[in-house]
Design a protein around this ligand. Structure first.
Ligand SMILES: Cc1cc2nc3c(=O)[nH]c(=O)nc-3n(C[C@H](O)[C@H](O)[C@H](O)COP(=O)(O)O)c2cc1C
Length: 169
């Protein structure tokens, strides 16, 4: 089993908590390296073939600053064949028109660079108006809503990680 890189901002409290739960759900059979999205570089990104990215939505439908700063580098990378899973953090009550948009922006960018996006999830149980994270009738990754549905997150993470385990094979 090759190593997995999980990329998220270590300063982003809710995202970082979710990252710990995701790592825990994988269990001890997996080697998962944590990489800080605040300082990530191209070399680190390219050294993994299996990646998990934490992408909360900020600024009414935008990527957080730290991911935004890495976008120009990402736009030049060849990610052909890399398997990438994205989880987003969002607030479907506060931002129903932009729910989890940043996760969708990231999925689209990665897939335009040749990455295989894994870990799409059902929208069942969420109520929102629009989201860039939608691909067809599913989210391109996992969207967690700690503002309104915190008690659902653990179960959502467990189901998602079970799916990733199969897809990362
Ligand atoms: C100023 C601000 C803007 C936000 N904009 C959005 C948004 O457009 N869409 C969304 O789904 N969530 C939005 N959120 C909610 C955050 O994504 C959510 O609180 C998330 O858990 C933040 O994670 P973090 O603290 O790890 O960055 C916003 C939150 C703030 C404070």
């Amino acid at each position: 089993m090759s190593k997995i890189g999980i990329f998220y901002s270590f300063r982003s409290t809710k995202t970082a908590k979710a990252a710990e739960k995701i790592i825990e759900a994988f269990g001890n059979d997996y080697q998962i390296d944590k990489i800080d999205a605040d300082t990530v570089n191209e070399e680190q990104f390219l050294s993994y073939n299996k990646l998990i990215l934490g992408v909360p939505t900020w600024f009414d439908g935008e990527l957080p600053n730290y991911w935004d700063e890495f976008v120009p580098a990402l736009e030049d990378l060849d990610l052909t064949g890399k398997k990438v899973a994205v989880w987003g953090m969002g607030d479907q009550v506060g931002y129903p028109e932009n729910f989890g948009d940043a996760a969708g922006i990231m999925c689209e960018l990665l897939s335009s660079r040749g990455a295989i996006i894994i870990g799409a999830t059902s929208t069942d149980g969420y109520v929102f108006e629009s989201s860039k994270a939608l691909v067809g009738n599913k989210f391109c990754g996992l969207i967690l809503d700690q503002e309104n549905q915190a008690r659902l997150s653990s179960h959502r993470i467990e189901q998602w990680v079970n799916d990733l385990k199969k897809n990362f094979k």
